[in-house]
Design a protein around this ligand. Structure first.
Ligand code: HGY
Ligand code: MN
Ligand code: MN
Length: 411
C-alpha cells in the first residue's frame, strides 16, 4: 500500500474490544439493542470519547450521537461519517461498530495532522439500524433523513411488551420530540465490514459499493386452534404450526425458482402458547426478502402472498401478514464512488466494485444526499454471529482509505 498515513492497528483492536464490551454475551457475541442498558452505556461512553478527541458531541431527539469538528469555512453543510451502534442479538463486534470507530480514528488523525478542516465533519453513531428490538429498522438514519417521524414509532412493542415510546422515555428522550430531520448534510460516508466472502475469496482489501439491495420485511401470523396434543385426532386439528411450516417451506423453495440473486430468510418464529403438549393456537414468523431489482421483489412477494391467501382458504385458518419494512435498492453516488476508486488505485490497494447484499444506513442516506459505502473483508464471510471477525491489518487499511477520502473531501 502506497501512503504516508500510518495508524496503530493494535489501538484500533483495543477500540473494537472496548466497544464490544457494552453487550458482550457469554459466547463472545454482542447484544446491544436500541435504548437498552448496553446501548445507553455505549452511546454515552462514545460521547465521552468524542469529547476526548476534541469533537463537540451532542445527541439528537432520538438518540443519534454526533461529534462535530467545525470547518474553517463556516459553511452550513457538514460531511457525515459513521455507522450504527446497535447490533443483532448475539451478533459480532464489527457490524456497525467498526464504522463508528473508523470514523472517530480517521477524524482524530486528520485533526492531529492537518488541524481544522475547511468543511465541517461530523462523526455519527446512529442509534438503530438492525430492527432487532422493535419491528422498525433504520430508525437513526431514517429520522435524520425524514423517512421516519415521531408518528412511526408509536404502537411498536418489543418481545417483552415494552413500548418503543417507553424505551425512548427511559433514555430521557421525548417521543413527542422536535423533528430531528436535518437539512445540512453535505454527504454521508460509511465504512463497514462486508458481511460476505467475496473480498476474502478474491483477496481484495477494499470493496467499493455501487448499489445496495432493496429489502422488505414482513411479520406473518398463522391463527389456528390450541388443543390437547394427545386427544385431538389429526383430521380435527387446526394446527397453526403445520400450516406455518407449509408456508415457510413454499416461500423458501420459491426463491431459487425465481432469481439466483434473490434471498429470503425466516429468522424469527414464535409459537403460542409454546408448550410441547398443546397444539399451537398461533405461530408468528418474520420474513426478510432482498434483491437489487424492485420488480423481482414485487413478483416474489406477490407470488407468496397469493399462496398464503390460497392456503388460508383451504385450511380454514386465518393467515395475516404485515409488511413493516420496504427499503429501496439504491445506487451509491457516482462522484464519491469514483473518488474512492481513484484513492485505492493510487494507494495500490487490491479492490473491487460490488453490490451490497446487506442493508446499510448508506441506503437510507443514498436517497437523500450523495453517499458512499466502503467495505473491508469479513473472515469466512461470517457476520451476525459471535464468529464475525476482520483482521487488524484489514481494519487499519480501511481506516487509512477513509482518512484519505475525508481529507480530499474536507481539507
Ligand atoms: O440486515 C442487514 O443486512 C444489516 O446487517 N442490518
Ligand atoms: Mn447488521
Ligand atoms: Mn450493519
Amino acid at each position: 500500500m502506497k501512503t504516508t498515513i500510518d495508524i496503530d492497528s493494535k489501538e484500533v483492536g483495543r477500540w473494537i474490544e472496548w466497544l464490544a464490551a457494552f453487550g458482550y454475551t457469554k459466547n463472545g457475541g454482542v447484544t446491544r439493542l436500541l435504548y437498552d442498558e448496553n446501548w445507553r452505556l455505549a452511546q454515552f461512553s462514545l460521547l465521552q470519547k468524542m469529547k476526548e478527541c476534541g469533537l463537540n458531541p451532542y445527541l439528537d431527539g432520538v438518540g443519534n450521537l454526533f461529534g462535530r469538528l467545525e470547518g474553517t469555512l463556516q459553511e452550513e453543510k457538514a460531511i457525515l461519517t459513521g455507522s450504527h451502534i446497535d447490533t443483532v442479538i448475539d451478533g459480532g463486534k464489527y457490524d456497525g461498530a467498526y464504522g463508528i470507530i473508523a470514523s472517530l480514528v480517521a477524524v482524530n488523525y486528520l485533526k492531529e495532522r492537518y488541524g481544522l478542516p475547511k468543511k465541517t465533519i461530523e462523526v455519527v453513531s446512529l442509534c438503530e439500524e438492525e430492527g432487532s428490538r422493535f419491528p422498525l429498522a433504520f430508525w437513526g438514519s431514517g429520522s435524520i433523513t425524514g423517512k421516519f417521524t415521531k408518528d412511526d414509532c408509536h404502537e411498536l412493542y418489543d418481545t417483552k411488551n415494552i413500548s418503543f415510546s417507553h424505551a425512548m422515555l427511559s433514555m430521557g428522550l421525548q417521543t413527542e420530540r422536535e423533528q430531528v430531520k436535518r437539512e445540512d448534510i453535505d454527504c454521508f460516508i460509511e465504512i463497514h465490514i462486508e458481511q460476505g466472502a467475496v473480498l476474502e475469496k478474491e483477496q481484495k482489501s477494499i470493496g467499493i459499493v455501487s448499489h445496495i439491495v432493496g429489502q422488505r420485511r414482513f411479520t406473518v401470523k398463522v391463527i389456528g386452534e390450541s388443543n390437547h396434543a394427545g386427544t385431538t385426532p389429526m383430521p380435527y386439528r387446526k394446527d397453526s404450526m403445520h400450516l406455518a411450516a407449509e408456508l415457510i417451506t413454499y416461500t423458501l423453495n420459491q426463491v431459487t425458482e425465481i432469481d439466483s440473486q434473490l434471498v429470503a430468510t425466516v429468522g424469527k418464529i414464535i409459537a403460542s402458547p409454546n408448550v410441547p403438549n398443546v397444539i399451537p393456537k398461533e405461530v408468528t414468523f418474520t420474513l426478510d426478502v432482498r434483491h437489487h431489482q424492485e420488480e423481482v421483489l414485487d413478483f416474489f412477494c406477490g407470488k407468496i402472498i397469493a399462496y398464503f391467501k390460497q392456503k388460508s382458504i383451504e385450511s380454514g385458518m386465518n393467515v395475516e401478514w404485515e409488511q413493516w419494512m420496504d427499503v429501496k435498492a439504491v445506487a451509491m453516488d457516482d462522484r464519491l464512488t469514483k473518488l474512492a476508486h481513484h484513492i485505492v488505485q493510487e494507494m495500490e490497494i487490491p479492490n473491487r466494485t460490488m453490490i451490497s447484499g446487506a442493508g446499510h444506513d448508506a441506503q437510507v442516506f443514498g436517497t437523500y444526499c450523495p453517499t458512499a459505502l466502503l467495505f473491508v473483508p469479513s473472515a469466512g464471510g461470517i457476520s451476525h454471529s459471535p464468529k464475525e471477525h476482520t483482521d487488524l491489518e484489514d481494519l487499519k487499511r480501511g481506516i487509512i482509505v477513509l482518512i484519505e477520502f475525508l481529507q480530499r473531501l474536507a481539507y
